[in-house]
Design a binder for this molecule. Structure first.
Ligand SMILES: [Zn+2]
Length: 877
């Protein structure tokens, strides 16, 4: 009888739902086209508009604002689940937090939570904006679940909550969609966006999840670090057009040493279900164990170091919403995991070629999403138990296995970076402590105020990963065979990249643990001195001093730099330290500068003359190519956040404008020489036009180079790093009014990295040691040795200068053990070679770096080498 009643009720409810379907707006009615149809794309605002409409029409979807993109667009999670779960989100969120962070749950309490809890699956869509398919699928998935009467799907919704971030990168989505719509129907349909698809960093937004610099990424990371603690996370991507149709986990080797086996097992379970379900849906070409490895943190998937079952999927791309036809002979594989495009265990049913369109990508996306949701529902209890077991095991490991703590002394060469590191770790959901009193451990004295990070924490794998020195997990394809090369960089150690001293402690000490005081709220060392002093001195060793000095200049305060070391209140401030003068008319500016500082500056109370010279902010031109120039984007980000004003010049602009009167500094971030010079990519002897509208295929050219040399000849400063330094190698020419006034010259340097790599040098993106020359304006505030981010090129060989040229080697690789963190082969080839050089021709100065001084805003140790360069004194004529 009871059974019959329940069955009747279910039927009745289904009928109600079926009747209710008409009230949910269909995507095609809202957008005016079916999402995924040829040559149609909607913008971010439209996407959110649709989801908000469905939220009003269906109790199965609820939107929550989670932050803003760098350009200020609001970002959301769309929770999709049963009405009951949507109504119970607050309680379910509490359960998630307990499962994730509480290692002391009683078995019964745990089982009750497993019974009551639901699997949370976070899906982040289309962070790479040219990978349009996932976000364009979102309305179809939302509509399906809002209206479905399918018993299976309703059961999934009872068991799990799908947390869809409908677009991870709203700014980029609008840039790419608007660019597509501008060209659709014209000859240049499908033309590439002539800039990065993000305010700053483009594709590198998926390299930011250790350092968390970009607002959209911080909003996403907060979901798994601090607020919702989902158990499963998938980031949705697209890859090239001519390879496999879809990638699902498991990934290929190498994998992260610090991530527990269970995480990989579980991502494999999700992958295996996807491969099975998608193939059953008639979708061919699903690949696994292919191309994508899993050893490096920095992607959205960095949550796998925080006990989340995280993975990515990748669909083959069309050209935006324009279909492409792929000849079977054009199908190929690359990277690792598949040696030929043929049936094999890593691709059981190859796709045969033919038309490939956005609609296909959408079909694959929907199928893979359904499978993930099904799997999360099917294994609900196991996944919830697994999440808490990870927490228990990691906390236990932190108590029973070295290392036990990382201790960072309060006294640091750059104290501001210690403060920034602590605040970053806390943003990652890590508990950080300070010592309440001095403590002797392993015959070393640690001081009151020293920072301690214990490893007995749920996110232990993350702590270890970002605090230790990296050793690339070397694996080979066959015994004794070829090394499996890294997909991305190999170093991310937060202390080493910042030159912050950190000690790994391998002895457990409860006496030390008794003296730990948790850091709560924002960590700062400022606010201990209160004074009415009219002058502050900012130590040259700290990046934050440069930030504050640039802010003071921006706000019109008088700023000077010490000409020699100078003692203030018993503390010595090194040459180059900034002196900022209070101005009664600009009290707000003074206050702003003080608030910007994470430590107290020195204050000068008397009016004795200070041995200092004035500083002015130079007029900077930053050269950014149209070719998705991420390194230039990161440089813009760095300058914006350090209050350094600049103008962007594109290579084609250099010939059109008078550089000499407009700028003091022209800066070339790492870029390909042929793109800079011609606007085209060169491979061997061939140039490639790529897929840019002809308006953007323009380089510096002969005219631009003439202007650039005139700029230098007039006393301008040229700064370049990476491949861009090659622009200035070989014979250069200053063009005068006639041939008599023209002059050919050669700067006394060359790049020898090609030869070194022939001899076996291989640096895939690692931290290398350099020794810093003393007594040069470029090295003010630098310690004796730091680690710099290198790809093994360029490497400089200087020569004896002739006529009015000159040179100085500013930084040198040490003779031995050049590698500091990550991977390299034959790093001894770099021994004693020049890593950074200063050159002069007449009044013109050049600063070249063999490394990225600001690489992905993650190499704080070398920032000062860049800031000092823009502050170099111009030689006046
Ligand atoms: Zn991608």
């Amino acid at each position: 009888m009871k059974k019959l009643a329940t069955a009747t009720l279910v039927l009745l409810m289904m009928a109600v739902w079926a009747a209710g379907q008409g009230t949910v707006t269909k995507p095609s009615d809202f957008f005016g086209f079916e999402p995924g149809s040829d040559r149609n794309l909607f913008t971010y605002e439209k996407l959110i508009g649709y989801l908000q409409k469905v939220e009003g029409e269906s109790p199965r979807i609820k939107l929550e604002e989670i932050g803003h993109s760098p350009e200020g667009r609001p970002m959301y999670i769309a929770f999709i689940s049963s009405e009951a779960n949507i109504g119970n989100l607050d309680r379910l969120k509490e359960i998630n937090r307990d499962l994730a962070l509480n290692p002391d749950l009683e078995p019964r309490a745990l089982e009750e939570m497993v019974e009551e809890g639901r699997t949370f699956v976070l899906a982040t869509l289309s962070m790479h904006s040219t990978e349009v398919g996932p976000s364009q699928s979102a309305p179809l998935i939302a509509y399906d679940f809002a209206t479905t009467a399918d018993e299976k799907k309703l059961e999934w919704l009872d068991n799990m909550i799908y947390m869809m971030v409908p677009c991870h990168n709203p700014d980029g989505m609008d840039m790419v969609v608007n660019n597509y719509l501008k060209h659709v129907g014209t000859k240049y349909e499908g033309a590439s966006l002539p800039r990065v698809y993000h305010k700053y960093v483009g594709h590198d937004n998926n390299r930011d999840f250790v350092i968390l610099t970009q607002d959209d990424n911080r909003a996403i990371a907060r979901i798994y670090n601090q607020t919702w603690f989902p158990q499963v996370m998938v980031e949705k991507h697209q890859m090239g057009s001519t390879g496999t149709r879809y990638f699902v986990p498991p990934n290929h080797d190498p994998i992260a040493e610090n991530v527990p086996a269970g995480i990989f097992h579980w991502s494999g379970v999700f992958g295996q279900h996807m491969a099975t379900d998608m193939t059953a849906d008639g979708l061919a070409g699903v690949s696994q164990h292919y191309l994508f490895d899993d050893y490096w943190p920095g992607s959205t998937e960095t949550c796998i170091w925080k006990n989340v079952i995280g993975f990515l999927t990748e669909a083959a791309s069309a050209r935006g919403a324009t279909p492409i036809y792929i000849e079977p002979t054009e199908l190929s594989v690359r990277g690792k995991g598949l040696a030929e495009y043929k049936k094999g265990v890593n691709m059981l049913e190859p796709w045969e070629g033919g038309w490939w369109r956005l609609g296909d990508i959408v079909a694959y996306e929907i199928s893979s999403t359904m499978s993930v949701i099904k799997t999360a529902s099917l294994y609900r209890e196991d996944i919830l138990r697994f999440r808490n077991r990870m927490c228990v095991e990691q906390v236990e490991k932190g108590k029973s296995e070295a290392p036990y703590y990382y201790i960072m002394p309060l006294e640091q060469h750059d104290q501001g970076e210690l403060v920034n590191l602590v605040n970053l770790m806390m943003e990652h959901g890590i508990s950080v402590f300070t010592l309440e009193s001095d403590h002797l451990l392993d015959s070393k004295l640690y001081r009151k105020g020293d920072v301690v990070i214990p490893l007995a924490q749920p996110f232990r794998p993350f702590i270890k990963e970002v605090m230790e020195t990296q050793e690339y997990p070397e694996r080979h394809y066959t015994p004794g065979g070829e090394l499996i090369k890294p997909y991305d960089i190999t170093s991310w150690s937060l202390p080493l990249h910042r030159s912050v001293t950190s000690r790994e402690i391998n002895t457990r000490c409860t006496g030390l643990e008794d003296k730990l005081k948790p850091v709560t709220g924002e960590y700062t060392l400022a606010g201990q001195v209160d004074t009415d002093s009219p002058v502050m001195v900012l130590p040259v060793g700290s990046n934050e001093s440069f930030r504050a000095a640039f802010l003071a200049l921006e706000k019109g305060l008088k700023v000077e730099r010490l000409k020699a070391d100078h003692e203030v209140e018993g503390k010595v401030f090194g040459q180059g330290s900034f002196v900022v003068y209070r101005d009664p008319k600009k009290e707000q500016a003074w206050k702003a500068v003080r608030e910007e500082l994470p430590f107290d500056p020195g204050y000068i109370l008397d009016k004795r003359a200070i041995p200092a010279e004035p500083v002015a902010i130079p007029r900077i031109a930053l050269v950014e190519t149209y070719f998705h120039d991420m390194d230039a984007g990161w440089t813009r980000y760095l300058f914006d956040t350090y209050h350094v004003p600049f103008e962007v010049l594109h290579p084609g602009d250099l010939g059109k404008t008078g550089l000499t009167d407009k700028y003091d500094v022209i800066l070339f971030p790492d870029s390909d020489k042929s793109i800079l010079m011609t606007g085209k990519q060169k491979s061997g002897d061939d140039y490639y036009l790529g897929t840019y509208h002809p308006d953007y295929v323009k380089g510096i050219g002969k005219e631009g180079m003439e202007k650039l040399m005139a700029f230098s000849n007039g006393g301008g400063i040229i700064i370049a790093w990476g491949r861009s330094a090659r622009l200035f190698e070989g014979v250069m020419k200053i063009t005068g009014k006639d041939e008599d006034e023209s002059e050919e010259f050669q700067l006394p340097f060359r790049d020898i990295s090609t030869q070194l790599s022939k001899e076996g040098l291989y640096v895939p993106g690692s931290l290398m040691k350099i020794n810093i020359a003393k007594g040069h304006p470029l090295t003010l505030g630098m310690p004796r040795q730091i680690g710099v981010f290198s790809r093994g090129r360029p490497v400089f060989q200087t020569g004896i200068p002739v006529f009015d040229t000159d040179r100085r080697v500013v930084a040198t690789y040490p003779e031995k053990e050049v590698l500091l963190s990550g991977y390299s082969a034959h790093d001894e080839k770099l021994g004693n070679k020049a890593a950074m050089i200063w050159l002069r021709k007449g009044k013109g100065q050049f600063v070249f770096y063999g490394f990225g001084p600001q690489f992905r805003a993650s190499t704080q140790a070398s920032y000062k080498l860049l800031f000092n360069a823009i502050l170099l004194e111009r030689k006046k004529g």
